[in-house]
Design a protein around this ligand. Structure first.
Ligand code: PHB
Length: 405
């Protein structure tokens, strides 16, 4: 079958928020991009992911001109509640660090970006199969794939951006002798539910207790998102609606001030927990951004925000790379260009700060399988040290709302 060829400046593997935001911001700088994605647009739109956006993430959506739904439909949260054995303490982000976060689900972020990219006539292929990326160590890398209609295609580019998520195939193109995979797993997972009920609380509640962690989040006035700590092999079908709500209520404290608003559960999923960093994030004519380069446990709500901070670091470096490229004499084999090395260094500095916060918050808020009374009481001491002093609270607020670039 004849192959359709496209030639662009940048080929992007992965049409989630990181890939689409990169495509849009490059276009604003006169750099052309084409995007491919293995899932359908509908599949991504309906996959539940975390819902907390840091201020710079919101600013990027507004500045990328993808519509202001985040400002009209998103909810500004000026603080959050940390709870331990039924004791609730609020962290006032605005008072402590002068910043807020926004509750706006990631699938809505995706929808806004995909709509904007398609409205502007950006090239995107959904539901592709048989993807290969070749030549990242040459000056002419290319992506080949079969599109949703069964047509063989190729995209020739000067640079490939891998934003293909935590099971990234692009990452594996960085040779093993240059790549370090930093990885840890955790002995627990999150059981996530969506339910039809009014909000239990105006802000998020992150709770720990003798039976482990729970998180009360929201989606809108009539649909809520909640999670609780579970064993990684849990079968969601084994938990009845009543058992789920009773368990979450017990984490929050049965006779306390937070009384769970219950309602029909419309989705149940078990989410694995891991921390991963790929070092470096660039090699030859390939760069990685977002989950393709690093994964954090969801406790700190950092995943999407970290992907967007990668994109903020990446886009100016890609522009620099193209300026240099146009001034150079072409050669067959390429070293990793300096602007792309610089991107990797800048992005990884922030990634490790977020890894640390996500790991620390996970340990503060979860029960370990081998927990004894000492461990639980020590953790209560840590909770008090954080929540009873403005300095401890400010550490949490500063990290949670996101550091400036
Ligand atoms: C969510 O609303 O899905 C959510 C919020 C905060 C987190 C994780 C998930 O830390």
């Amino acid at each position: 079958m004849t192959e359709h060829r496209t030639r662009v400046d940048v080929g992007i593997v992965g049409g989630g928020p990181a890939g689409l935001m990169t495509a849009l911001l490059l276009k604003r700088r006169g750099i052309s991009a084409a995007v491919i994605e293995t899932r359908t647009q509908e599949q991504i739109r309906h996959t539940q992911r975390a819902g907390i956006l840091e201020a710079p993430t919101v600013n990027m959506l507004v500045e990328a001109d993808v519509g202001s739904r985040v400002l009209t439909d998103g909810h500004e949260h000026e603080g959050t509640v940390l709870s331990f054995d039924g004791i609730q303490r609020r962290i006032d982000f605005q008072a402590l660090v002068g910043r807020s976060v926004w509750l706006y689900p990631q699938n809505e972020v995706f929808h806004d970006l995909a709509t904007a990219w398609q409205r502007e006539g950006g090239e995107i292929h959904w539901a592709v199969t048989e993807t290969t990326v070749e030549g990242i160590d040459t000056a002419a890398p290319q992506i080949t794939f079969t599109d949703a209609q069964g047509q063989g295609r190729s995209i020739e580019a000067d640079l490939i951006v891998g934003t293909d998520g935590s099971r990234s195939m692009c990452r594996k193109l960085i040779p093993e002798d240059v790549r370090t995979d930093h990885f840890i797993s955790y002995p627990f997972a999150w059981f996530g539910i969506l339910c039809e009920a009014p909000p239990t609380a105006p802000e998020l509640i992150y709770a720990n207790s003798e039976i482990g962690f729970a998180l009360i989040s929201q989606r809108n006035e009539s649909v809520q998102r909640m999670y609780f700590q579970c064993d990684p092999d849990t079968d969601p079908e084994e938990w009845t609606e009543e058992a789920i709500f009773d368990h979450i209520q017990q984490v929050l404290g049965v006779d306390g001030e937070v009384q769970l608003k219950r309602g029909p559960i419309i989705e149940k999923t078990v989410l694995p927990f891991r921390s991963y960093v790929c070092d470096p994030l660039s090699h030859g004519r390939l760069v990685l951004a977002g989950d393709a380069g690093h994964t954090v446990p969801p406790t700190g709500a950092k995943g999407l925000n970290l992907a967007f901070s990668d994109v903020r670091a990446l886009v100016p470096r890609v522009a620099e790379f193209f300026t240099e490229l146009r001034e150079q004499t072409p050669s067959a084999v390429v070293e990793t260009p300096e602007p792309l090395r610089q991107y990797s260094r800048t992005a990884l500095d922030r990634v490790w700060k977020a890894q640390n916060f996500s790991y620390w918050a996970t340990n503060l808020l979860h029960r370990q399988p081998e927990e004894n009374p000492f461990t639980h009481k020590r953790r209560r001491g840590e909770f008090d040290a954080i929540t009873q002093s403005v300095h401890g609270q400010a550490y949490f607020a500063d990290s949670y709302t996101g550091w400036s670039d």
